[in-house]
Write a protein that binds this ligand. Structure first.
Ligand code: SAH
Length: 391
Protein backbone atom coordinates (compact mmCIF):
# COMPACT_ATOMS: atom_id res chain seq x y z
CA UNK A 1 0.00 0.00 0.00
CA UNK A 2 1.11 3.56 -0.51
CA UNK A 3 0.21 6.77 1.26
CA UNK A 4 1.30 10.29 0.45
CA UNK A 5 1.67 11.17 4.16
CA UNK A 6 4.40 8.56 4.36
CA UNK A 7 6.70 10.55 2.06
CA UNK A 8 6.19 13.53 4.37
CA UNK A 9 7.64 11.71 7.34
CA UNK A 10 4.45 10.36 8.90
CA UNK A 11 5.38 7.49 11.23
CA UNK A 12 1.82 6.20 11.69
CA UNK A 13 2.15 2.99 9.66
CA UNK A 14 5.61 1.45 10.11
CA UNK A 15 4.55 -1.74 8.26
CA UNK A 16 2.82 -0.01 5.35
CA UNK A 17 5.23 -1.40 2.75
CA UNK A 18 4.79 -4.96 3.98
CA UNK A 19 1.83 -6.68 2.23
CA UNK A 20 -0.94 -7.42 4.77
CA UNK A 21 -0.74 -11.26 4.58
CA UNK A 22 3.00 -10.94 5.24
CA UNK A 23 2.38 -8.61 8.21
CA UNK A 24 0.08 -11.24 9.69
CA UNK A 25 2.64 -13.97 9.12
CA UNK A 26 5.35 -11.92 10.84
CA UNK A 27 3.15 -11.14 13.83
CA UNK A 28 2.09 -14.75 14.25
CA UNK A 29 5.74 -15.87 14.03
CA UNK A 30 6.71 -13.38 16.73
CA UNK A 31 4.00 -14.69 19.05
CA UNK A 32 5.06 -18.27 18.33
CA UNK A 33 8.71 -17.46 19.05
CA UNK A 34 7.85 -15.83 22.39
CA UNK A 35 5.00 -18.01 23.60
CA UNK A 36 5.02 -21.25 21.59
CA UNK A 37 6.90 -23.13 24.30
CA UNK A 38 3.93 -22.69 26.66
CA UNK A 39 1.23 -23.97 24.31
CA UNK A 40 -0.10 -24.03 20.75
CA UNK A 41 -0.34 -20.73 18.87
CA UNK A 42 -3.50 -20.63 16.75
CA UNK A 43 -3.68 -18.73 13.44
CA UNK A 44 -3.70 -14.97 13.85
CA UNK A 45 -7.06 -13.25 13.39
CA UNK A 46 -6.51 -10.51 10.83
CA UNK A 47 -8.90 -7.96 9.32
CA UNK A 48 -10.68 -8.42 6.04
CA UNK A 49 -10.06 -4.76 5.24
CA UNK A 50 -7.03 -3.63 7.23
CA UNK A 51 -7.57 0.11 6.73
CA UNK A 52 -9.69 2.95 8.16
CA UNK A 53 -10.29 1.04 11.37
CA UNK A 54 -9.55 3.78 13.91
CA UNK A 55 -12.70 5.13 15.56
CA UNK A 56 -10.72 7.91 17.27
CA UNK A 57 -8.72 10.68 15.63
CA UNK A 58 -6.53 13.32 17.25
CA UNK A 59 -5.59 16.16 14.93
CA UNK A 60 -3.26 19.00 15.93
CA UNK A 61 -3.81 22.49 14.54
CA UNK A 62 -1.10 24.55 12.87
CA UNK A 63 -0.68 27.45 10.49
CA UNK A 64 -0.17 26.30 6.91
CA UNK A 65 1.07 28.16 3.83
CA UNK A 66 -0.56 31.53 3.31
CA UNK A 67 -1.96 31.57 6.84
CA UNK A 68 -4.32 28.67 6.14
CA UNK A 69 -5.53 26.71 9.16
CA UNK A 70 -4.35 23.11 8.81
CA UNK A 71 -4.41 20.10 11.11
CA UNK A 72 -2.69 16.76 11.27
CA UNK A 73 -0.14 14.76 13.21
CA UNK A 74 3.38 15.41 14.37
CA UNK A 75 5.94 14.21 11.83
CA UNK A 76 8.10 11.38 13.21
CA UNK A 77 10.34 12.44 16.08
CA UNK A 78 9.46 16.13 15.69
CA UNK A 79 6.95 18.62 16.98
CA UNK A 80 6.25 19.82 13.47
CA UNK A 81 2.66 19.30 12.39
CA UNK A 82 2.27 17.36 9.18
CA UNK A 83 -1.08 18.38 7.65
CA UNK A 84 -3.30 15.32 7.15
CA UNK A 85 -6.51 15.34 5.18
CA UNK A 86 -6.89 11.63 4.57
CA UNK A 87 -5.31 8.84 6.60
CA UNK A 88 -5.29 5.13 5.82
CA UNK A 89 -5.93 4.19 9.43
CA UNK A 90 -8.60 6.70 10.36
CA UNK A 91 -12.32 6.21 9.95
CA UNK A 92 -13.17 8.00 6.70
CA UNK A 93 -16.25 9.64 8.20
CA UNK A 94 -14.00 11.20 10.85
CA UNK A 95 -11.59 12.53 8.21
CA UNK A 96 -14.57 14.27 6.60
CA UNK A 97 -15.78 15.59 9.97
CA UNK A 98 -12.26 16.97 10.54
CA UNK A 99 -12.52 18.79 7.21
CA UNK A 100 -15.77 20.36 8.44
CA UNK A 101 -14.10 21.34 11.75
CA UNK A 102 -11.28 23.11 9.88
CA UNK A 103 -13.74 24.92 7.61
CA UNK A 104 -15.87 26.08 10.57
CA UNK A 105 -12.81 27.14 12.61
CA UNK A 106 -11.39 29.07 9.64
CA UNK A 107 -14.77 30.79 9.12
CA UNK A 108 -14.67 31.87 12.80
CA UNK A 109 -11.08 33.14 12.25
CA UNK A 110 -9.72 30.95 15.03
CA UNK A 111 -5.92 30.91 15.17
CA UNK A 112 -3.89 27.77 15.84
CA UNK A 113 -1.95 27.57 19.09
CA UNK A 114 1.76 28.19 18.67
CA UNK A 115 3.62 25.73 20.87
CA UNK A 116 6.86 27.70 21.27
CA UNK A 117 5.35 31.14 21.71
CA UNK A 118 2.35 29.93 23.71
CA UNK A 119 0.01 32.12 21.63
CA UNK A 120 -3.16 31.30 19.70
CA UNK A 121 -6.34 29.40 20.50
CA UNK A 122 -6.80 25.99 18.89
CA UNK A 123 -4.56 23.15 20.01
CA UNK A 124 -6.10 19.86 18.95
CA UNK A 125 -9.34 18.29 17.87
CA UNK A 126 -10.30 14.88 19.19
CA UNK A 127 -12.94 13.02 17.21
CA UNK A 128 -14.69 9.82 18.13
CA UNK A 129 -17.24 7.78 16.25
CA UNK A 130 -19.51 5.09 17.58
CA UNK A 131 -19.23 2.86 14.55
CA UNK A 132 -22.30 0.82 15.46
CA UNK A 133 -24.50 3.85 16.21
CA UNK A 134 -23.03 6.36 13.75
CA UNK A 135 -22.75 9.01 16.50
CA UNK A 136 -19.84 11.44 16.30
CA UNK A 137 -18.19 13.51 19.03
CA UNK A 138 -16.09 16.60 18.35
CA UNK A 139 -13.81 17.84 21.15
CA UNK A 140 -12.07 21.11 20.44
CA UNK A 141 -9.04 21.56 22.68
CA UNK A 142 -8.26 25.23 23.30
CA UNK A 143 -5.39 27.07 24.95
CA UNK A 144 -7.76 29.78 26.22
CA UNK A 145 -10.63 29.23 28.66
CA UNK A 146 -13.18 30.98 26.43
CA UNK A 147 -13.99 30.01 22.87
CA UNK A 148 -15.10 33.31 21.35
CA UNK A 149 -18.32 33.02 19.34
CA UNK A 150 -18.81 29.41 20.42
CA UNK A 151 -22.44 29.40 19.23
CA UNK A 152 -21.41 30.59 15.79
CA UNK A 153 -18.74 27.94 15.65
CA UNK A 154 -21.24 25.20 16.44
CA UNK A 155 -23.68 26.58 13.86
CA UNK A 156 -20.92 26.72 11.22
CA UNK A 157 -19.71 23.22 12.10
CA UNK A 158 -23.17 21.68 11.82
CA UNK A 159 -23.66 23.41 8.44
CA UNK A 160 -20.24 22.29 7.14
CA UNK A 161 -20.92 18.73 8.35
CA UNK A 162 -24.33 18.67 6.68
CA UNK A 163 -22.80 19.94 3.44
CA UNK A 164 -20.50 16.91 3.53
CA UNK A 165 -23.26 14.50 4.67
CA UNK A 166 -21.54 13.51 7.92
CA UNK A 167 -23.14 13.62 11.39
CA UNK A 168 -22.02 15.62 14.44
CA UNK A 169 -23.82 14.41 17.57
CA UNK A 170 -22.09 16.43 20.25
CA UNK A 171 -19.46 19.19 20.50
CA UNK A 172 -17.31 19.75 23.59
CA UNK A 173 -14.72 22.43 24.31
CA UNK A 174 -11.78 21.24 26.39
CA UNK A 175 -9.49 23.83 27.96
CA UNK A 176 -5.85 22.82 28.18
CA UNK A 177 -3.51 25.65 29.21
CA UNK A 178 -0.58 23.40 30.10
CA UNK A 179 2.62 23.34 28.11
CA UNK A 180 2.56 19.62 27.57
CA UNK A 181 2.01 17.04 24.87
CA UNK A 182 -0.94 15.60 26.83
CA UNK A 183 -3.91 16.34 24.59
CA UNK A 184 -6.79 16.94 27.00
CA UNK A 185 -6.96 19.43 29.87
CA UNK A 186 -9.11 19.15 32.99
CA UNK A 187 -11.94 21.57 32.17
CA UNK A 188 -14.72 20.84 29.74
CA UNK A 189 -17.74 22.67 28.44
CA UNK A 190 -20.46 21.03 26.39
CA UNK A 191 -21.27 23.31 23.43
CA UNK A 192 -23.79 21.10 21.67
CA UNK A 193 -25.59 17.81 22.39
CA UNK A 194 -25.06 15.73 25.52
CA UNK A 195 -21.28 15.74 25.83
CA UNK A 196 -21.04 12.01 25.17
CA UNK A 197 -21.85 9.54 22.42
CA UNK A 198 -23.14 5.98 22.53
CA UNK A 199 -21.65 2.94 20.90
CA UNK A 200 -22.65 -0.70 20.89
CA UNK A 201 -20.11 -3.48 21.25
CA UNK A 202 -20.79 -7.21 21.71
CA UNK A 203 -24.44 -6.51 22.51
CA UNK A 204 -23.85 -3.85 25.19
CA UNK A 205 -24.13 -0.08 24.86
CA UNK A 206 -21.39 2.22 26.09
CA UNK A 207 -21.49 5.96 26.78
CA UNK A 208 -18.20 7.52 25.68
CA UNK A 209 -17.14 10.89 27.01
CA UNK A 210 -14.04 12.78 25.76
CA UNK A 211 -11.82 11.11 28.31
CA UNK A 212 -13.18 7.55 28.33
CA UNK A 213 -10.75 4.81 27.46
CA UNK A 214 -12.18 2.78 24.58
CA UNK A 215 -10.56 0.34 22.19
CA UNK A 216 -9.89 2.07 18.86
CA UNK A 217 -10.57 -0.81 16.45
CA UNK A 218 -14.20 -1.87 17.00
CA UNK A 219 -14.20 -4.70 14.42
CA UNK A 220 -11.23 -6.45 16.02
CA UNK A 221 -12.33 -5.63 19.57
CA UNK A 222 -15.45 -7.72 18.94
CA UNK A 223 -13.19 -10.57 17.76
CA UNK A 224 -10.91 -10.16 20.81
CA UNK A 225 -13.71 -10.08 23.37
CA UNK A 226 -15.46 -12.98 21.64
CA UNK A 227 -12.31 -15.09 21.98
CA UNK A 228 -11.76 -13.99 25.59
CA UNK A 229 -15.31 -14.79 26.71
CA UNK A 230 -15.30 -18.14 24.87
CA UNK A 231 -11.98 -19.01 26.51
CA UNK A 232 -13.61 -18.51 29.93
CA UNK A 233 -16.07 -21.39 29.26
CA UNK A 234 -18.74 -19.82 31.46
CA UNK A 235 -21.84 -21.77 32.44
CA UNK A 236 -23.73 -19.13 34.41
CA UNK A 237 -22.51 -20.22 37.86
CA UNK A 238 -19.12 -18.53 37.99
CA UNK A 239 -17.75 -15.67 40.02
CA UNK A 240 -15.65 -13.74 37.50
CA UNK A 241 -12.91 -11.22 38.16
CA UNK A 242 -12.18 -8.72 35.38
CA UNK A 243 -8.79 -7.29 36.37
CA UNK A 244 -7.50 -4.16 34.59
CA UNK A 245 -11.09 -3.75 33.38
CA UNK A 246 -11.02 -0.24 31.88
CA UNK A 247 -14.66 0.81 31.39
CA UNK A 248 -15.78 -2.73 32.16
CA UNK A 249 -16.19 -3.99 28.60
CA UNK A 250 -14.87 -7.56 29.01
CA UNK A 251 -16.71 -8.14 32.31
CA UNK A 252 -19.96 -6.70 30.97
CA UNK A 253 -19.67 -8.81 27.81
CA UNK A 254 -19.30 -11.88 30.05
CA UNK A 255 -21.91 -10.86 32.66
CA UNK A 256 -24.90 -12.60 31.03
CA UNK A 257 -23.04 -15.90 31.23
CA UNK A 258 -21.72 -15.50 34.80
CA UNK A 259 -23.17 -15.50 38.30
CA UNK A 260 -21.23 -12.45 39.37
CA UNK A 261 -18.66 -10.10 37.85
CA UNK A 262 -16.18 -8.01 39.81
CA UNK A 263 -14.10 -5.46 37.88
CA UNK A 264 -10.93 -3.77 39.15
CA UNK A 265 -9.29 -0.79 37.49
CA UNK A 266 -6.83 1.90 38.59
CA UNK A 267 -8.32 4.80 36.61
CA UNK A 268 -11.20 6.32 38.59
CA UNK A 269 -12.89 7.88 35.56
CA UNK A 270 -12.92 4.51 33.83
CA UNK A 271 -14.45 2.86 36.92
CA UNK A 272 -17.10 5.58 37.03
CA UNK A 273 -17.90 4.80 33.38
CA UNK A 274 -17.94 1.07 34.07
CA UNK A 275 -20.52 1.51 36.86
CA UNK A 276 -22.66 3.68 34.56
CA UNK A 277 -22.31 1.17 31.73
CA UNK A 278 -23.51 -1.68 33.95
CA UNK A 279 -26.52 0.40 35.01
CA UNK A 280 -27.50 1.52 31.51
CA UNK A 281 -27.34 -2.02 30.23
CA UNK A 282 -29.42 -3.36 33.12
CA UNK A 283 -26.53 -5.55 34.27
CA UNK A 284 -27.22 -6.24 37.95
CA UNK A 285 -24.53 -8.80 38.71
CA UNK A 286 -21.44 -6.61 38.16
CA UNK A 287 -19.51 -4.46 40.65
CA UNK A 288 -16.47 -2.32 39.98
CA UNK A 289 -13.66 -1.10 42.20
CA UNK A 290 -11.10 1.65 41.70
CA UNK A 291 -7.81 0.19 42.91
CA UNK A 292 -4.42 -1.07 41.91
CA UNK A 293 -5.12 -4.58 40.64
CA UNK A 294 -2.22 -6.11 42.57
CA UNK A 295 -3.19 -4.50 45.86
CA UNK A 296 -6.85 -5.36 45.39
CA UNK A 297 -6.35 -9.01 44.53
CA UNK A 298 -3.75 -9.50 47.27
CA UNK A 299 -6.18 -8.22 49.88
CA UNK A 300 -9.06 -10.24 48.44
CA UNK A 301 -7.01 -13.45 48.28
CA UNK A 302 -5.74 -12.94 51.84
CA UNK A 303 -9.35 -12.50 53.00
CA UNK A 304 -10.18 -15.86 51.46
CA UNK A 305 -12.22 -14.54 48.55
CA UNK A 306 -12.44 -16.79 45.54
CA UNK A 307 -13.05 -16.42 41.81
CA UNK A 308 -13.88 -19.18 39.36
CA UNK A 309 -12.54 -17.32 36.34
CA UNK A 310 -10.08 -14.43 36.18
CA UNK A 311 -9.74 -12.21 33.14
CA UNK A 312 -6.57 -10.16 33.17
CA UNK A 313 -5.87 -7.47 30.56
CA UNK A 314 -2.91 -5.47 31.91
CA UNK A 315 -1.20 -2.54 30.19
CA UNK A 316 1.99 -3.00 28.14
CA UNK A 317 4.16 -3.46 31.26
CA UNK A 318 2.21 -6.63 32.02
CA UNK A 319 1.12 -7.78 35.46
CA UNK A 320 3.16 -8.29 38.63
CA UNK A 321 4.53 -11.38 40.38
CA UNK A 322 2.42 -10.50 43.42
CA UNK A 323 -0.73 -10.33 41.29
CA UNK A 324 0.02 -13.78 39.87
CA UNK A 325 0.79 -15.19 43.33
CA UNK A 326 -2.63 -13.97 44.45
CA UNK A 327 -4.30 -15.45 41.37
CA UNK A 328 -2.82 -18.80 42.36
CA UNK A 329 -4.08 -18.31 45.90
CA UNK A 330 -7.59 -17.61 44.65
CA UNK A 331 -7.27 -20.81 42.58
CA UNK A 332 -9.68 -20.02 39.72
CA UNK A 333 -10.45 -22.91 37.36
CA UNK A 334 -9.57 -20.72 34.42
CA UNK A 335 -7.50 -17.62 33.72
CA UNK A 336 -7.94 -15.67 30.50
CA UNK A 337 -4.97 -13.44 29.84
CA UNK A 338 -5.45 -10.71 27.22
CA UNK A 339 -2.20 -8.95 26.38
CA UNK A 340 -1.13 -6.04 24.24
CA UNK A 341 2.53 -6.97 24.64
CA UNK A 342 3.60 -10.60 24.02
CA UNK A 343 6.98 -9.94 25.66
CA UNK A 344 5.56 -9.13 29.09
CA UNK A 345 2.96 -11.85 28.56
CA UNK A 346 5.79 -14.36 28.12
CA UNK A 347 7.39 -13.17 31.36
CA UNK A 348 4.07 -13.48 33.23
CA UNK A 349 3.35 -16.87 31.66
CA UNK A 350 6.58 -18.24 33.13
CA UNK A 351 5.22 -17.59 36.61
CA UNK A 352 1.62 -18.58 35.86
CA UNK A 353 2.76 -21.98 34.56
CA UNK A 354 5.03 -22.41 37.58
CA UNK A 355 1.98 -21.77 39.75
CA UNK A 356 0.13 -24.65 38.10
CA UNK A 357 -1.67 -22.99 35.21
CA UNK A 358 -1.50 -24.68 31.83
CA UNK A 359 -1.72 -22.56 28.68
CA UNK A 360 -4.27 -24.29 26.44
CA UNK A 361 -3.50 -22.01 23.53
CA UNK A 362 -2.78 -18.52 22.25
CA UNK A 363 -4.70 -16.61 19.62
CA UNK A 364 -3.04 -13.47 18.26
CA UNK A 365 -5.49 -10.76 17.11
CA UNK A 366 -4.38 -8.00 14.79
CA UNK A 367 -5.92 -4.98 16.48
CA UNK A 368 -3.60 -2.51 14.75
CA UNK A 369 -2.89 -3.45 11.12
CA UNK A 370 0.09 -1.62 9.57
CA UNK A 371 1.61 -1.09 13.01
CA UNK A 372 3.90 -3.41 14.95
CA UNK A 373 1.45 -4.00 17.80
CA UNK A 374 -0.02 -7.43 18.50
CA UNK A 375 -2.77 -8.43 20.90
CA UNK A 376 -2.92 -12.00 22.22
CA UNK A 377 -5.62 -13.97 24.05
CA UNK A 378 -4.47 -16.92 26.14
CA UNK A 379 -6.71 -19.47 27.86
CA UNK A 380 -5.20 -21.11 30.93
CA UNK A 381 -6.61 -23.84 33.13
CA UNK A 382 -5.60 -25.03 36.57
CA UNK A 383 -3.49 -28.11 36.27
CA UNK A 384 -4.48 -30.01 39.41
CA UNK A 385 -8.01 -29.89 38.20
CA UNK A 386 -7.03 -31.28 34.79
CA UNK A 387 -5.29 -34.17 36.49
CA UNK A 388 -8.29 -34.82 38.72
CA UNK A 389 -10.72 -34.79 35.86
CA UNK A 390 -8.55 -37.28 33.95
CA UNK A 391 -8.84 -39.84 36.70
N1 SAH B 1 -9.89 -4.43 29.64
C1 SAH B 1 -10.02 -3.08 29.17
C2 SAH B 1 -8.79 -2.20 29.40
C3 SAH B 1 -7.47 -2.78 29.00
S1 SAH B 1 -6.13 -1.62 28.96
C4 SAH B 1 -10.44 -3.03 27.71
O1 SAH B 1 -10.45 -4.06 27.03
O2 SAH B 1 -10.81 -1.96 27.24
C5 SAH B 1 -5.37 -1.82 30.53
C6 SAH B 1 -6.10 -1.14 31.65
O3 SAH B 1 -5.34 -1.35 32.84
C7 SAH B 1 -6.24 0.38 31.51
O4 SAH B 1 -7.59 0.71 31.66
C8 SAH B 1 -5.40 0.94 32.67
O5 SAH B 1 -5.94 2.11 33.24
C9 SAH B 1 -5.45 -0.20 33.65
N2 SAH B 1 -4.36 -0.26 34.63
C10 SAH B 1 -3.06 0.10 34.47
N3 SAH B 1 -2.35 -0.16 35.58
C11 SAH B 1 -3.21 -0.71 36.48
C12 SAH B 1 -3.07 -1.20 37.80
N4 SAH B 1 -1.89 -1.18 38.43
N5 SAH B 1 -4.15 -1.68 38.42
C13 SAH B 1 -5.36 -1.71 37.80
N6 SAH B 1 -5.56 -1.27 36.54
C14 SAH B 1 -4.49 -0.77 35.87
Amino acid sequence: MTCKNRAKNCGGCPLLEVPYPEQLKQKEAKVRALLGKYGPVHPIRGMETPTHYRNKVISTFAMGFGGKLVSGIYATKTHKVLPVERCLLEDEVLDTVMEAVRAAAAACKYQPYHEDKGTGLLRHCLLRRGVATGQVMVVLVTAQPVLPGAKNFVRALLAEAEKRSVPVTTVVQNYNPRRTSVVLGEQEKVLYGKGFILDTLCGKTYALSPRSFYQVNPVQTAVLYGLAVDAAKLTGNEVVLDAYCGIGTIGLTAADKAKQVVGVELNRDAVHDAIGNAKHNGVKNARFFAADATEWISTAAAAGERADVIFMDPPREGSTPQFIESVARMAPKRVVYVSCNPETMARDLALLTKKGYHAEGFTPVDMFPNSEHIEVVCALSRQEQRKQSRR
